[in-house]
Design a protein around this ligand. Structure first.
Ligand SMILES: NC(=O)c1ccc[n+]([C@@H]2O[C@H](COP(=O)([O-])OP(=O)(O)OC[C@H]3O[C@@H](n4cnc5c(N)ncnc54)[C@H](O)[C@@H]3O)[C@@H](O)[C@H]2O)c1
Ligand SMILES: [Zn+2]
Ligand SMILES: [Zn+2]
Length: 371
């Protein structure tokens, strides 16, 4: 069958929207009519070249929502007509990590960087060439075939063009505060970078009972949005935020700092490290290049002040648990999602949408396939 998709043909490169061929769903796979997909910075890392790609051409997108239209042989958990949100890490349900309640670390996650499906082959072709997909998904396509393990069935009374946000940015940011940062009642939290992920760390920290949620972003519009969505203070620089944090904690420093800048450098982690109190936590959510190492933190302080640097993938929780719970919170008016979507785009506007992200104009841009 045919589909329309946004592909990278070179790295660095721009997204090219074109007609592609799509296979029928194979065993344990589903065909999904995509309804919407959020424009996460992680896809942009692939376009810009922050993360080397395994295979070209490459279909981006991992923050998707849609409707199952066809199921392949052996599919047990989904049927045609089900509403789904994508999971950018598949969950097998049987490995040590899935069994232990950390489906975000499922062993099948090792496959997502290959660009292929679980059996090592591809479902999409463009100009006769196999197309790799982001995170075994590739939601920058109006229809797509991927594994049942990459789908989370969701309630049908939440509009799919909003539900897409809980595929990545919302659970990632929320969990960075609630799970990885273990934010508690009365805490002081600094969120460094309030884009589509960081804004949800702000929401999570506030909901977990933080006394101060201090947002840091060089862009004035992001700071305004952060204050609207739960931040108690907002600053242009980490230096001002760290000073403020010390001021409200008797000189000790923030309990938690969460790093959600778009393109991370070791210094961002060190800035968070220097802003937290003894036994404080720095959560590292931003993605860095696999070719870069080094965090310039004080080697005395890390042990003597018992500080913790905690990486967080997918909000350090199980997407199958967090995604439905977050949608329940939204449906009850306790989590804001509509306010996170700054602008909706057509698929063929994807490059303009990422230009807007780089210019600081969007909290989250969303491609709406019905637009
Ligand atoms: N760990 C995970 O599971 C996971 C999941 C999704 C995204 N990510 C990563 O999280 C990061 C954030 O993604 P996003 O979609 O929110 O990006 P985004 O571009 O929407 O937001 C980044 C924000 O950081 C701000 N910023 C940039 N430099 C800064 C600095 N020095 N100090 C303070 N703020 C600064 C920008 O103005 C922007 O508002 C990316 O690196 C992305 O790849 C990680
Ligand atoms: Zn993402
Ligand atoms: Zn697993």
């Amino acid at each position: 069958m045919k589909a329309r998709a946004a592909l990278l043909w070179e790295q660095p490169g721009k997204w090219q929207v074109m007609d592609v061929d799509l296979d029928e769903p194979g065993p344990d796979e589903v065909l999904v009519e995509m309804v919407a997909t959020g424009l996460c910075h992680s896809d942009d890392h692939m376009a810009v070249g922050d993360v080397p790609l395994p295979h070209l051409p490459y279909c981006g997108g991992h923050e998707g929502s849609g409707i199952v239209r066809q199921v392949g042989p052996g599919v047990r958990t989904l049927k045609a007509g089900d509403h789904i949100v994508t999971s950018f890490v598949p969950s097998c349900g049987a490995c040590r990590w899935c069994a232990g309640g950390l489906q975000n670390l499922c062993d099948n996650g090792a496959r997502i960087l290959t660009g292929a499906q679980l059996d090592g082959t591809f479902r999409m072709r463009a100009d006769g060439k196999d197309v790799a997909t982001m995170s075994m998904l590739g939601t920058f396509a109006d229809r797509q075939v991927f594994d049942e393990q990459s789908c989370i069935k969701v309630r049908e009374d939440v509009a799919l063009d909003v539900a897409c946000l809980v595929a990545c940015g919302v659970p990632t940011g929320w969990g960075s505060a609630v799970h990885a940062g273990e934010v508690g009642v009365g805490d002081t939290v600094i969120v460094i970078g309030v884009g589509g992920v960081g804004i949800n760390a702000v929401q999570g920290a506030r909901y977990a009972g933080a006394r101060h949620v201090i947002a840091v972003d060089p862009v004035a519009f992001k700071r305004e949005k952060a204050l609207e969505l739960g931040a108690t203070e907002a600053f242009e620089s980490i230096a001002e935020a760290a000073d403020f944090g010390r001021g409200v904690t008797n000189g000790q420093g923030a309990d938690t700092a969460i790093v959600t800048v778009g393109v991370i450098e070791g210094q961002n982690i060190a800035d968070g490290f220097n802003a937290v109190r003894k036994a404080g936590t720095v959560v590292v959510t931003s993605m860095g290049s696999p070719l870069t190492t080094g965090v310039p933190v004080n080697l005395f302080e890390i042990s003597m002040f018992q500080k913790r640097i905690q990486g967080a993938l997918y909000g350090m929780g199980s997407p199958r648990e967090s995604v439905p719970r977050l949608l329940d919170l939204y449906a009850d008016g306790l989590l804001k999602l509509d306010e996170l979507v700054t602008r909706r785009y057509r698929l063929d506007e994807v490059n303009e949408a990422y230009a807007d992200m780089h210019a600081g104009r969007n909290i989250r841009g969303v491609i709406d396939f019905r637009h």
